[in-house]
Design a binder for this molecule. Structure first.
Ligand code: NAP
Ligand code: F7E
Length: 328
C-alpha cells in the first residue's frame, strides 16, 4: 500500500485529494494546523476522516514536519499547505512569504534528508505569471513569471526551489502550476464562492445586495475535483517535470456573476455593486492557461465545464440555506 503525505489536508484541495488517493488504494496521512477553535476545522474531511490519519503540524515548525516524515516514511508528498488568499497576502505579507516560500524549503529539505526517494508535489500557481501573457493570449510552462502580489512572489520562490532541488539533488520533485479551481468546498472569501453564496441568499430573500471589487478581471476557472487528479498524475509521471493545469477557457468576474444569477432566475445588475474595499493594490487582470502538455503527456483533461462547476456550487448553497446540507 503506497503512503501519501498531504500538507494542508483539511483545505479545499487536500480534502478532495485525500478522497481521490483513498479511492486509488493509498494509505493517506495529512497535516492540520492547531486552531483555538477545533470544531469544524475538519468539516471538509467529513466523508473520509475516519479512513485517514491526521496530525497537528505547521510548515513553519520544522520539528513537526521532520517527526512526521520519519514516522510515516511516505512514498509521495503533496505540499498543499499555504496562505492561499491573494488579497489577504497584502495584509499579512510576511506570514504569506514565510509559509508559501520558506515553508517549501523547510519541507523539501526535510524530504531530502529523511526520504530522498520520495515523489514531491508542489502546489504552484498561475498567480506566478502575474502580468505576463503570450501573444496568443495564453500562459504556458515557458511564460515568464512577473507576479503582482506577495502571494505570487512567494509562490515563485517555492516553484524555483523545487526545480533547484530536482537538479541539484536528483529529487523527483514536480510543480503543478494550477489555474484557479473552485468547488462547494472553496473558502467563501474567494470570488466564486462569495458570489454563489450571496446570490443564493438573495434568491431566498435573506440578502439584497452583493459588493465586489474588480469585475473585469479574467480567470481560468476549473473544478478542484478534476485538478487533484492531475496532481497525482504529475507526481507519478515517469520524469519529474512541471505542468500547467487549466481549462484553457477564461471568463470575467462579470460573466461569472451573469451565469450564477441567471441560473437562479435573477439579473446580477439589480444586486451587484462595486466597493473599492475589495480592490487590490495591484491586480492580475487576465489568466488563461495552456494545459496542452498535461493533456498530451498525462492524458488529463477536465470533466467539469465552467457552467457545471457554477451550477454545482449554486445547488450546494441552496441546499445548505434550505437545511438540506450535504458535503459535496
Ligand atoms: P486552502 O483551502 O486555503 O488550503 C490551504 C491549507 O493550508 C489549509 O489546510 C491551511 O490550514 C493550510 N496552511 C496554511 N498555512 C499553513 C502553515 N503555515 N502550515 C501548515 N498548513 C498551513 O487552499 P486550496 O485552495 O486547497 O489550495 C491548495 C494549495 O494550492 C495552496 O498551496 C494554494 O496556494 C495552491 N493553489 C490553489 C489554487 C486554487 O485556485 N485553489 C490555484 C493554484 C494553487 P488552515 O485552514 O488552518 O489555514
Ligand atoms: O479572485 C476578483 C479579484 O480571490 C479572483 C487563489 O486560489 O487563484 C486564487 O487567487 C478575481 C480577482 O482568486 C472580488 O480581484 C472581484 O481578480 O477568487 P479570488 P485569485 O486571487 O485569482 C490563484 C490561482 C491561487 O493560486 C490562489 O491561491 O476576482 N474579485 N471582487 C474579487 N475577489 C475576491 N476574493 N473578493 C471580491 O469581492
Amino acid at each position: 500500500m503506497k503512503k501519501a503525505f498531504i500538507t494542508g489536508i483539511n483545505g479545499q484541495d487536500g480534502s478532495y485529494l485525500a478522497e481521490h488517493l483513498l479511492n486509488l488504494g493509498y494509505d493517506v496521512h495529512g497535516t492540520i494546523r492547531r486552531n483555538s477553535v477545533p470544531e469544524n476545522q475538519s468539516y471538509r474531511l467529513g466523508k473520509v476522516e475516519s479512513n485517514i490519519h491526521t496530525y497537528y503540524a505547521d510548515l513553519l515548525d520544522q520539528t513537526s514536519i521532520e517527526k512526521l516524515l520519519m514516522q510515516i516514511k511516505p512514498d509521495e508528498v503533496y505540499n498543499l499547505a499555504a496562505q492561499s488568499h491573494v488579497r489577504i497576502s497584502f495584509d499579512i505579507p510576511q506570514f504569506t512569504v514565510q509559509t508559501n516560500a520558506i515553508g517549501v524549503i523547510n519541507l523539501i529539505d526535510a524530504c531530502r534528508r529523511i526520504v530522498p526517494d520520495v515523489k514531491f508535489y508542489q502546489a504552484s500557481s498561475s498567480e506566478m505569471f502575474g502580468l505576463s501573457v503570450e501573444s496568443d493570449a495564453f500562459q504556458r510552462e515557458s511564460t515568464i513569471m512577473n507576479p503582482t502580489s506577495p502571494y505570487g512572489c512567494a509562490k515563485v520562490f517555492g516553484y524555483n526551489i523545487v526545480r533547484h532541488y530536482r537538479r541539484a539533488y536528483n529529487m523527483h520533485a514536480c510543480n503543478g502550476i494550477l489555474f484557479n479551481h473552485e468547488s462547494p468546498r472553496r473558502g467563501s472569501n474567494f470570488v466564486t464562492n462569495k458570489v454563489v453564496k450571496e446570490a443564493c441568499r438573495i434568491k431566498l430573500g435573506l440578502e439584497d445586495r452583493l459588493e465586489l471589487g474588480n469585475m473585469d478581471s479574467y480567470r481560468d476557472w476549473g473544478h478542484s475535483k478534476d485538478y487533484v487528479k492531475a496532481m497525482h498524475l504529475i507526481v507519478n509521471h515517469s520524469e519529474a517535470e512541471d505542468f500547467i493545469v487549466s481549462t484553457m477557457e477564461t471568463h470575467s468576474v462579470r460573466e461569472m456573476c451573469d451565469v450564477v444569477f441567471k441560473y437562479l432566475g435573477l439579473d446580477y445588475r439589480d444586486y451587484v455593486h462595486q466597493n473599492p474595499i475589495f480592490l487590490r493594490p495591484e491586480e492580475l487582470p487576465y489568466l488563461r492557461g495552456d494545459s496542452s502538455k498535461a493533456r498530451k503527456l498525462l492524458n488529463w483533461k477536465p470533466e467539469y465545464t465552467f457552467e457545471q462547476l457554477m451550477y454545482e456550487m449554486c445547488d450546494h448553497w441552496m441546499d445548505v440555506f434550505q437545511g438540506k446540507e450535504s458535503l459535496r
